[in-house]
Design a protein around this ligand. Structure first.
Ligand code: AGP
Length: 607
């Protein structure tokens, strides 16, 4: 996804700060980068296709001096990755520079109107219309930038987080926002805005989330926020983020993905401690018990966490919420009403598909429970109840620690639902919750035990182009997540499906040496079924891998790794770290950067 950063100071050179801050958004995924500064009263725009380091080197950016700048990483939506389509975009007179994250859905109509007025467009992007519209208002009609923004938000349709410089006001960065994320940071010396917290954390941990339809500017030591022509008091909305700069650095690891895999014991411990004291867990459980229909939704890994949650709801709460992929929401929203609860899972809290699913369900009177990792993000802001994971910032595009912390939160909620339903006593509830307290240790043991074996397995598999990942019940849900991890960072086509399905077609693909990874989870009665599925594959020459728990000690496979006791509630914490590590190792062995997988963004804020 595109990333935006803006920094203004009264007497400091912000150029190196802006470069460093923009690089902290690289994890969002991008194909081009650009900067705009005001230097001696003039706009200087430097941009190109390629990485930030390439642009900085090409234009010797660090040799410049400016007290104000905006910067952008582009994840192409309209117009191919190219220098001319990279942001910032300017007006005809070169007085206004704009960076944007989102999609202006009515840009073609606006572009046509502007061209009729004589505006000359240089790029194929939707963003450029913003620069020319502001030129019309500020330079053409003599409006102030604030008045111009007030008009702009009334005519733009679609999603946008916009930051802009106007050469005649060299100490203000203007902004406007609708749906796409934009945050401001409170500082006594700087004016700060960005798409995401990591880029500003070294300057301030006090953030203000800009709401839809709001606009304004930041200047050194000050924030001015408006909506519908009236000033907005932003001070009550300050969130203090408990992340540090260390949290967003690699801390000696070669990649964020490996750091975040290894951070999982800490992430689970912080999440466990946090939710023990979080009344929202019980509030969410009560809401679920009072409702007659429960849905779970998310995208990608968050959807997989939701699927896993349905397994635990079925096992302990005698209830099977319906899980659906958030981009498919309209089919399910029609079934929603006042007696419906939607559990919306999103580590970023900004995924547009999941946000739109939330809005569809809310329109039909449903109540929303959000599970998110980012305080104050869009989905929690629209939810009735939010239970936050406490995984710390997840920079790697591949979700790892946020996935397991999501499962931990969802297990807690399921246990409380079962208790509220009278399915077991309070002391049994306490035992369930005490059991989950072992999750951090389980991950730690798994990582220690798995690491050398996973390196060997990755060596065997890294030249493969296809593989199956199979499991039963809980294992089938974990297999989906393992396959996504492997696909998205190593580009191996890993396909997951329930192990019992093989003979209904998929086994036709199996040939000599074809890799089939089996996930060995409880309950005990499926062990022999998995064993016969493995046998089925081995008899056709497949290279069979079994990654599971102690109940599989008598099961044969070409490669076997048992990671912990046979406990279905702790199974994800023993098994998934090994599969996350496998995905990571495969990516590195295949020569890819697991932190910047091609075509991917950390958060998908455009449909
Ligand atoms: C997971 O590794 C991917 N990065 C992706 O599928 C991700 O889980 C999905 O985009 C949802 O993101 P969210 O949790 O921030 O909503």
């Amino acid at each position: 996804m595109c990333g935006i950063v803006g920094i203004v100071s009264s007497n400091t050179n912000v150029v190196p700060l802006l470069v460093r801050s923009l690089k902290r958004l690289e994890y969002r995924g991008y194909d081009s980068a650009g900067f705009a500064f005001i230097i001696e009263g003039k706009l200087v725009v430097l941009k190109d296709k390629g990485y930030i380091d390439h642009v900085v080197k090409k234009y010797n950016v660090l040799s410049l001096y400016s007290n104000i700048g905006i910067a952008h990483t582009r994840w192409a939506t309209h117009g191919q990755p190219s220098k001319i389509n990279a942001h910032p975009h300017t007006d005809c007179k070169g007085l206004i520079a704009v960076v944007h994250n989102g999609i202006i859905s009515n840009y073609l109509e606006l572009k046509r109107q502007l061209e009729e007025k004589g505006h000359v467009f240089k790029s194929e992007t939707d963003t450029e219309v913003i620069a020319h519209i502001l030129e019309e208002y500020i330079i053409g009609e003599g409006l102030t930038p604030l008045q111009a923004l007030h008009k702009l938000v009334k005519i733009l349709k679609g999603t946008y987080a916009v930051a802009l410089l106007y050469a005649n006001t060299p100490n203000r960065i203007y902004f406007a926002k609708n749906v796409s994320p934009l945050i401001l940071a409170v500082s006594p010396t700087y004016g700060l805005l960005s798409s995401d917290i990591p880029s500003l954390i070294e300057y301030s941990r006090k953030i203000v989330v800009v709401e839809d339809g709001e606009y304004g500017f930041v200047e050194p030591g000050n924030i001015v926020l408006y909506k519908d022509g009236r000033p907005v008091n932003w001070r009550p909305r300050i969130h203090v983020v408990n992340w540090s700069v260390a949290d967003i650095e690699k801390a000696g690891y070669p990649h964020f993905m490996l750091k975040e895999i290894m951070e999982q014991p800490r992430a689970l411990y912080d999440t466990y401690s946090g939710i023990l004291a979080d009344e929202n867990v019980v509030r969410a459980a009560k809401l679920i018990v009072e409702s007659s229909k429960v849905f779970v939704t998310g995208a990608g890994t968050s959807y997989h966490a939701g699927l896993t949650a349905t397994y635990y709801f079925a096992r302990v709460a005698n209830q099977l919420p319906h899980a659906f992929i958030s981009s498919e929401a309209e089919l399910y929203a029609d079934l929603a009403s006042e007696d419906t609860v939607l559990i919306a899972i999103s580590q970023s809290g900004e995924t547009i598909d999941t946000l739109k699913a939330v809005r569809l369900f809310k329109k039909r009177g449903a109540k929303i429970i959000a599970i998110s990792n980012v305080i104050g993000s869009a989905i929690p802001r629209e939810a009735d109840i939010t239970v936050y994971t406490r995984a710390g910032p997840e920079i790697g595009v591949a979700a790892t620690k946020t996935y397991l912390t999501q499962i931990l939160v969802l297990q807690h909620i399921a246990f409380h639902v079962g208790f509220l339903r009278g399915l077991y006593s309070e002391s049994e509830l306490k035992n369930y919750i005490k059991l989950l307290g072992q999750a951090p240790k389980a991950v730690e043991q798994s990582l220690q035990r798995a690491s050398p074996h996973i390196n060997r397995l990755a060596m065997r598999l890294h030249r493969e182009e296809h593989m199956y990942i199979l499991g039963r019940l809980l294992g089938a849900f974990l297999a989906l997540e393992a396959a996504l991890k492997i696909k998205e960072v190593s580009y191996i086509h890993a396909e997951a499906y329930p192990a019992g399905e093989s003979k209904h077609g998929p086994i036709a693909l199996v040939h000599q040496g074809f890799p089939t990874i089996f996930i060995g989870t409880p309950p005990a009665h499926i062990v022999e079924k998995i064993a016969s599925n493995i046998e089925e594959m081995m008899s056709r020459g497949a290279f069979t891998v079994l990654i599971g728990l102690s109940c599989y000690e008598d099961v044969k496979a070409n490669f076997k790794l048992l990671l912990g006791p046979c406990d279905e509630y702790l199974a994800p914490y023993y098994i998934m770290p090994a599969l996350q590590l496998l995905a990571y190792r495969l990516a590195v062995l295949r020569g890819y950067d697991p932190d910047k997988p091609r075509n991917l963004a950390k958060t998908v804020t455009v449909e």
